[in-house]
Design a binder for this molecule. Structure first.
Ligand SMILES: [Fe+2]
Length: 358
């Protein structure tokens, strides 16, 4: 069993907020998760005279709050600036020195969707409702009589990599007046909602996060998978890393449920099949039973969100095909963090902050 060991120092010293963003107006999205900057521009932060200080402080806020929204239109930020900003948030918050931005494994696919400017970029993931509609038509089970189950949408970015993404930043270029919301759920708080004996058990588990679709797509398309992908460890076409179910966030030192649930999580290791199913269903039930752990973004044109994948899951809402004439396009860059670990010296968020049990 991995018990908390307060006599040992944390592998990464927790970061502290230095006050450099105090001039920006914000509202907390909920008491537990999310902050929204109402007027701030990412461009101003990136080009401030104390940019490094501001970006480091922003990394602390994102890591403590899980996700940060920028409500003002951010479309004056160029693609290169979005990449530079996302890369710096990871770099200035202690990411391994050799890491950088994630490279999409299927970037060589000739069917890759271009950005609004008609170009493609190996570090940019493009969100496009028109492409999603085409994909929806080919989806197995789309005519199923079974009720909808959107729980499969919850995920953390690039968990199919040995080193997944720490920070992802998404700018929504076009968005319909309604529909297409994105939700984030706090893995810190879900962990805090679990009883101590159950937490101690979950602390011992790992999960396999296999995503065989990349290899099969490359084979079918006759091209090579991109490699390396933001870390010297993210190479090859296996895409089946083993990650801890409970992970320590390197910026805060707080524990979060990580690979216990989500799109890329294939199985909980070393347990029987029905136990695997039971554990993953249990964590999914915690997400659905505790919607106060969720922040919801209703997108407006040019709004942005940046989140820390090691302590939140997110889920898109696939309902824009129901909105007449809806177009939803966005671009996302992701930094690649460290290989996930559970630090025996780490504690839950509530324990670290001296807050009462939830
Ligand atoms: Fe995602």
């Amino acid at each position: 069993m991995i018990a908390a060991d307060p006599d040992h120092e944390l592998r990464y010293k927790p970061m502290t907020y230095g006050g450099s963003l105090d001039h920006l107006e914000f509202v907390e999205v909920t008491p537990i998760i999310g902050r929204e900057y109402t007027k701030a521009k990412i461009k101003d932060i990136l080009h401030a005279s104390n940019a490094e200080e501001q970006i480091r402080d922003l990394a602390v806020i994102i890591s403590e709050r899980g996700v940060v929204f920028f409500r003002e239109n951010q479309q004056d930020l160029t693609v290169d600036e979005l990449k530079e900003f996302t890369d710096l948030v990871g770099k200035l918050s202690g990411r391994p020195k050799e890491n950088g931005l994630h490279v999409h494994p299927l970037y060589r696919d000739p069917g890759n969707i271009p950005m609004g400017n008609g170009e493609t970029d190996e570090n940019i993931y493009v969100i496009n409702s028109e492409a999603a509609k085409k994909l929806y038509k080919t989806m197995a089970g789309k005519d199923s009589k079974e009720p909808k189950n959107l729980s499969r949408e919850w995920h953390s970015d690039a968990t199919f990599e040995i080193c997944p993404s720490d920070f992802s930043c998404l700018i929504m270029e076009e968005t319909p007046p309604h529909g297409g919301d994105t939700l984030w759920c706090s893995g810190y708080e879900v962990y805090d909602r679990i009883s101590p004996p159950m937490r101690a058990f979950l602390d011992t588990l790992t999960a396999t996060c296999a995503q065989p679709v990349f290899r099969s797509a490359c084979t079918a398309g006759g091209y090579e998978v991109m490699s390396p992908r933001g870390s010297p460890l993210n190479v090859g076409d296996e895409f089946a890393p083993v990650h801890p179910v409970v992970r320590t966030n390197r910026q805060t030192g707080w524990k979060s449920i990580f690979a216990g649930v989500g799109l890329h999580v294939t199985k909980i290791n070393d347990v029987y099949e029905y136990e695997d199913r039971m554990i993953r269903e249990y964590i999914m039930i915690l997400i659905t039973l505790n919607h106060d752990c969720v922040a919801r973004m209703h997108w407006t044109k040019g709004a942005a969100a940046i989140w820390n994948n090691s302590c939140v899951w997110h889920a898109a809402t696939p309902d824009t095909h129901l909105v007449e004439g809806a177009v939803r396009t966005g671009i996302r860059a992701s930094s690649i963090g460290e290989q996930p670990y559970l630090d025996p010296a780490s504690t839950s968020r509530r324990e670290a902050l001296g807050l009462p049990r939830a």
